[in-house]
Design a protein around this ligand. Structure first.
Ligand code: SF4
Length: 101
């Protein structure tokens, strides 16, 4: 089984250094101002993992992120406990909480 690599680019973080386009020009191009644009849908075939991982790790502002997926063998998602309704502040008990209007 091959590992899947999916990435996304946050253009609001990009500072236009152009390192990504140098490492992986098939997946990153630069716009007229030198900011990176992701080419394609972010799915990276295995043959290009190294180049894209290099771009990801060398981006000085961490604008390139690896998207991870949960797999069946991952740890289970922790259960979210409902809040204790008796402990919640409401209009009915706000005097007990020390607030008044
Ligand atoms: S390496 Fe990072 S900061 Fe530089 S152009 Fe690419 S995404 Fe932008």
């Amino acid at each position: 089984m091959t590992d899947r690599l999916r990435i996304k680019l946050d253009r609001t973080l990009c500072d236009g250094f152009g390192i990504c386009a140098k490492h992986a020009p098939e997946y990153f191009s630069l716009d007229d101002w030198g900011y990176a644009v992701l080419v394609g849908d972010g799915d990276i075939p295995e043959r290009d993992h190294d180049a894209v991982q290099r771009a990801l790790m060398d981006c000085p502002v961490h604008a390139i992120m690896e998207l991870t997926e949960r797999r069946p063998d991952d740890a289970p998602i922790p259960e979210v406990n409902e809040p204790d309704l008796d402990q919640l502040k409401t209009e009915d008990n706000e005097a007990e909480w020390g607030f008044s209007r």
